[in-house]
Design a protein around this ligand. Structure first.
Ligand code: UT7
Length: 334
């Protein structure tokens, strides 16, 4: 595909960092009223990573970006912008983008954090894609990172078993032939009440009471999110495929947000993607929120599930509600 009038935003490098510490379902069995059987059968999760006291969203992002800088041999001074998708920044301000910029010495970059929960990375890719098309930027780092262990109540089995920590990063550069072809993003605040963290913002600033009442932890009505996620992801992926005259046979790999294997299986079934076309790594990392899709891209590439010239679809759904789908022609080595 070559269209002189269109500049595509292409992913030209990937980086990943996950903490060393592994928490298995058996470890959780010792701490709360749950079982490995329940977790694997209801979610597909077998283990998750947990940040050490020294590890944060910024430190994990820096490690993922450093892999890109090293492997791609780029000069940090050439990075034009850094977009960090996260709901667990090191602090409200300064942004992770600023702290990362300083640590990687990207002295000519600007950047910002983007809050869209599990859709953060896809929304950030959409943003970077439009920045590339403006022709003003040539090298953009997009990070999806979350330290979910910092906002999880380990006394609440409904949420504690579901999440993990990690970071994934990509380098976005302009291409005349490959990259993001089409995208569709959506939000619906009616879904806000089903997945949220009540305190810590201007509505409920931190007080002794908010801490005592566990209001600084994730609250979720799992069944409502599940239903909406299956419908939202199926509909938006269908829309992207229809808009681009694609059938299931034209897609080499479908990478969905990894929140629950049952959700991914249901969406894949409705879209008629077989197992080879559907990427799953939730068993290893659980739901790392904004990091699931960049980590999946990294793992898919390194396990040879992703090849040059593949047609891929990235689809997500998360708190907000937020959801979105991106169709891209993959060619990392161009
Ligand atoms: O990434 C952002 C988007 N998030 C999602 O997409 C998550 C969407 N939701 C889900 O993945 C699922 O709804 C969950 C995995 C959260 C829950 O699965 P479910 O099949 O919807 O279970 P449920 O919430 O309906 O609970 C079924 C039972 C309940 O017991 P009773 O009331 O039937 O006696 C729960 O108390 O399972 C119980 N339960 C557990 N049992 C053992 C809930 N959590 C656990 C647990 N261990 N960890």
């Amino acid at each position: 595909m070559k269209n002189k009038n269109i500049l595509y935003a292409n992913i030209t490098a990937v980086g990943k960092y996950v903490p060393e510490k592994i928490i298995t379902n058996y470890d959780l069995e010792q701490k709360m009223d749950t079982t490995n059987e329940w977790i694997t059968s209801r979610t597909g999760i077998e283990q998750r990573r947990k940040a050490s006291n020294e590890e944060t969203s910024v430190s994990m992002s820096v490690n993922a970006i450093k892999e890109i800088i090293k492997n791609k041999n780029i000069n940090p001074k050439d990075i034009d912008a850094i977009i960090v998708a996260t709901i667990t920044p090191d602090m409200f301000f300064p942004s992770c983008a600023c702290l990362i910029q300083q640590q990687i010495k990207a002295t000519n970059a600007w950047g910002f954090d983007l809050s869209a929960a599990c859709s953060g990375f896809i929304f950030a890719l959409e943003t970077a894609s439009n920045m590339i098309q403006s022709k003003k930027y040539k090298k953009i780092i997009v990070v999806g990172v979350d330290t979910m262990s910092s906002i999880i109540d380990y006394n609440d089995r409904n949420t504690a078993v579901l999440f993990g920590d990690g970071a994934g990063a990509v380098l976005i550069e302009p291409s005349e032939t490959n990259g993001i072809i089409d995208s569709k993003m959506k939000i619906d605040g009616d879904g806000g009440k089903f997945l949220y963290m009540p305190a810590g913002g201007s509505l409920n600033p931190a007080t002794e009471k908010t801490v005592k009442n566990n209001m600084h932890f994730v609250k979720q009505d799992g069944a409502s999110v599940f239903k909406n996620a299956v419908k939202g992801m199926t509909d938006i992926t269908s829309e992207i495929m229809n808009n681009n005259n694609l059938s299931n046979h034209n897609i080499n790999l479908f990478i969905a947000h990894q929140a629950n294997k049952r959700i991914i299986d249901l969406v894949a079934k409705k879209l008629k993607f077989n197992e080879t076309q559907t990427f799953i790594n939730i068993d290893k990392y659980a739901n790392t929120t904004a990091a699931t899709i960049p980590i999946a891209l990294y793992d898919a590439l390194n396990s040879k599930r992703l090849h040059d010239n593949d047609n891929i679809v990235l689809t997500t759904f998360g708190a907000g509600f937020t959801w979105g789908s991106i169709y891209m022609k993959w060619n990392i080595y161009e």
